[in-house]
Design a protein around this ligand. Structure first.
Ligand code: SF4
Ligand code: FES
Length: 351
């Protein structure tokens, strides 16, 4: 995916107008996410503008670039919720996968956050290489004392799709992970809430991606383009409006892109007559396109999908253990990465 140049980014004033329009439209939340929202030097001003527009503000960050002073300013601006992502409980592995020596800083930052009255969530992305020490990762997160932890399996879009063989867990890993999470939920009830998302490759039916296309969410990228989901630009023959050219309300109500997969009229069989269509909306449009070549197809993650065989074959490969080694409780993740370096696909650094 092409990253937008900073010169095309919306100004503070343009973002303020977007937040005002969102508030008037009845939207409830503004999630500041990335890339890395801290790269915006005016982030405090933006949080304050969103707050003034009546939106609940949530910062989703790696924590890189957040020092005590900036944190205090964000809290002063009325930030309601902060989410920090951790890649692992083990420093070496966490830094390796993040591509930055950020783990120790994130721990310090978590301690600083707890001094404020702000809701705090830790995000943990799990995959083939770290699931075997999930218990250890949960114990580590407990020491950070968040209100909530989100344990999410890698989702296979973009670079994760290119690296799917290295990231896809085995069925045994997934089943053990579910049991560990259930035990932790029981033990931590009333102290820390756990939200865990099972990988849809292993589910019977697909996820209700975005809560339905054009039903709950507008994603506005740094240059003002408005998307119904984070991956929508992979879809062919679609164009997306920009807040510089159209009011947010028009984009939500009238634009072709938001109407394209809204509701059920676009659905083909088996979704069109399926009892689950109001629950999962036929699954994810972007995944359907990436795995089947057709944006209108039933998401192949669905066990009823005509193209479900592509999921079955990815799982066969993953469970046969022929695709890539997995980390074990005792093995060094970094050692494993170095041995298997040829298996990873990297993004080239932008010039
Ligand atoms: Fe959902 Fe379509 Fe599968 Fe039915 S056939 S469960 S609507 S994806
Ligand atoms: Fe685009 Fe699911 S990510 S619809």
């Amino acid at each position: 995916m092409q990253l937008a140049g900073t010169q095309s980014e919306l100004s503070s004033g343009e973002w303020t107008s977007v937040f005002q329009q969102a508030g008037q439209l009845g939207m409830l939340h503004a999630h500041f996410t990335g890339g890395e929202p801290l790269a915006r030097m005016d982030l405090t001003e933006l949080v304050s503008a969103a707050r003034t527009a009546g939106l609940y503000t949530n910062l989703i960050t790696s924590g890189v670039g957040l020092n005590d002073q900036r944190l205090a300013a964000l809290m002063g601006a009325g930030l309601d919720h902060i989410q920090i992502s951790f890649q692992d409980s083990r420093e070496e592995a966490a830094n390796w996968i993040a591509g930055a020596k950020a783990h120790a800083h994130k721990i310090e930052l978590s301690q600083a956050i707890r001094k404020y009255k702000v809701a705090f969530t830790v995000n943990l992305v799990v995959h083939r290489q770290n699931l075997d020490h999930l218990e250890e990762m949960i114990a580590f997160i407990e020491t950070l004392n968040p209100d909530r932890v989100e344990i999410a399996h890698a989702q296979y879009y973009g670079w994760a799709l290119a690296n799917r063989a290295a990231l896809m867990p085995t069925r045994e890993q997934v089943e053990k992970g579910v049991a560990i999470v259930a035990e932790a939920e029981k033990r931590l009830a009333g102290r820390m809430r756990i939200d865990a998302v099972i990988p849809d490759y292993y589910a019977k039916y697909p996820k209700a991606c975005m809560g339905g296309w054009g039903q709950r969410l507008m994603l506005i990228n740094p240059s003002g383009k408005v998307l119904p989901c984070h991956a929508a630009e992979v879809l062919p023959q679609m164009s997306f409006e920009n807040v510089r050219d159209r009011p947010l309300q028009w984009i939500w109500e009238e634009s072709e892109s938001f109407q394209r997969f809204r509701g059920e009229s676009w659905m083909a069989e088996p979704c069109r007559s399926c009892d689950h269509r109001a629950e999962d909306f036929g699954g994810c449009r972007c995944q359907a396109f990436l795995l089947s070549g057709e944006a209108e197809a039933t998401d192949p993650a669905c066990s009823l999908a005509p193209k479900h065989s592509v999921i079955e074959s990815a799982l066969r490969e993953s469970n046969a253990g022929t695709s890539v080694k997995q980390g074990t409780g005792g093995s060094s993740f970094v050692q494993l990465q170095q041995q298997s370096a040829a298996l990873w696909t990297y993004r080239t650094n932008p010039e």
